[in-house]
Design a protein around this ligand. Structure first.
Ligand SMILES: Cc1ncc(COP(=O)(O)O)c(C=O)c1O
Length: 294
C-alpha cells in the first residue's frame, strides 16, 4: 500500500496500469492516491499494450502486477510486461509475495527463475508466507528506495520491526537460499498432490505454479464442503468465496508444504473423493495412509 500510494501522491500525473486480479493491498495503494488508473485483463499483454498506447509517452506510467496470483495460481508473463514497459516508457512494480522462497535458484522468486531481476523497477515481497516470520520489503534502485523511505507515511509513522523478528527473518532467508533441495521436494509434493487428485477423479485447475485450485463455483457448496472436510476428516481448507474471488469462481485452494508426507496427500485426496463423489469405501485397510494420517 505505502509504496504505491507514495509514488502516486508524489509523481505528478502518474498513471497506474493494474492487472484486474491484483491483490487487495495493491488496489488499496492505488485507490489511496486518486491517480488515473487503467485496469488490464488478467495477464493479457495485448490489452495492456492497447491501454499503454492511449497515454502520451512523456506521461509517467507504472505497470503494477503480481508474479504468482494467489487465487488462481497463474504466473504472469514478466518478460513481455518488462519489454512493453521499456517500449512505452513505463516503470514496473511486481508483487512477488507468492513467489519468494519458492522459485529461482536461491528462492528469490519468479524474477530470479525467469532471469528478469534486472528488468523490473520495484519488487515487493513478504517475510511471512514462505519466510515464515512477519513483515515485508521492497527492492529497487537506491534512488527509489530513498524516495519511498523519505515520503512513505505508512513507513515513517510506524514502529520498525523488532530485532528478534529481523533476526528470525534473516535466518529463514539464509535457510531458503541454501536449501534448493527443500524447494525441489516442495515441487515434488505439488506434483504428487495433483497425481493423487487425478487418480481419485478430483478436478482441479491446471497451472504452472504451486497453488492448486479446486473450483466450487458456489459459495454455499464451497463452505459446506470445507466444513465437512474439517468435521469428518480433520482437514482444514479455507473456503475461498466472494469478495476474495469473483462470484462464480468460489474454490478450495491448496498450498502444500515441503513437510507434508504422502500419507497426508492421500488422506486429503481420499477425504475429498468421499465428500465430492460419495465414495462408500470405508475399509481403511485399503487406505493405510489415511489410517496413518489419523
Ligand atoms: C499478493 C499479496 N500481496 C501482499 C500480501 C500481504 O502480505 P503480508 O500479509 O505478508 O504483508 C498478500 C497476503 O495475502 C498477498 O497475497
Amino acid at each position: 500500500v505505502t509504496t504505491l500510494q507514495t509514488l502516486g501522491k508524489n509523481i505528478p500525473g502518474l498513471v497506474f496500469f493494474s492487472d484486474e486480479r491484483n491483490h487487495a493491498s495493491i488496489i488499496e495503494g492505488i485507490r489511496g492516491c486518486k491517480n488515473e488508473k487503467k485496469i488490464f485483463r488478467h495477464n493479457d499483454v495485448g490489452h495492456l499494450e492497447e491501454l499503454l498506447k492511449t497515454v502520451p509517452s512523456d506521461k509517467p506510467k507504472l505497470i503494477v502486477f503480481e508474479s504468482v496470483y494467489s487465487m488462481s495460481g497463474t504466473i504472469s508473463p514478466v518478460k513481455t510486461i518488462a519489454e512493453l514497459a521499456k517500449k512505452y516508457n513505463a516503470l514496473t512494480y511486481v508483487d512477488e509475495v507468492h513467489g519468494v522462497g519458492l522459485y529461482g535458484k536461491t528462492g528469490a522468486g519468479i524474477l530470479e527463475q525467469e532471469d528478469q531481476q534486472h528488468s523490473i523497477d520495484i519488487l515487493n515481497g513478504t517475510l511471512s508466507k514462505a519466510v515464515g516470520v512477519f513483515g515485508g520489503y521492497i527492492a529497487a534502485s537506491a534512488i527509489i528506495i530513498d524516495f519511498i523511505r523519505s515520503f512513505g507515511s505508512g513507513f515513517i509513522f510506524t514502529t520498525s520491526l523488532p530485532p528478534a523478528i529481523c533476526a528470525a527473518a534473516n535466518k529463514s532467508i539464509q535457510f531458503i537460499q541454501q536449501n534448493n533441495q527443500l524447494r525441489k521436494h516442495f515441487f515434488e509434493n505439488v506434483k504428487q498432490l495433483r497425481t493423487a487428485f487425478d487418480n481419485n477423479g478430483i478436478e482441479f485447475k491446471s497451472n504452472d505454479s504451486h497453488i492448486t485450485i479446486i473450483p466450487m463455483e458456489d459459495a454455499t457448496r464451497c463452505r459446506q464442503i470445507a466444513n465437512q472436510l474439517l468435521e469428518k476428516h480433520g482437514v482444514y481448507l479455507q473456503p475461498i468465496n466472494y469478495p476474495t474471488v469473483p462470484v462464480g469462481e468460489e474454490c478450495l485452494r491448496i498450498i502444500i508444504t515441503a513437510r507434508h508426507l504422502p500419507k497426508h496427500i492421500n488422506h486429503l485426496a481420499y477425504s475429498l473423493k468421499k465428500i465430492l463423489h460419495g465414495d462408500n469405501q470405508t475399509d481403511w485397510k485399503e487406505f493405510p495412509a489415511v489410517a496413518l494420517a489419523d
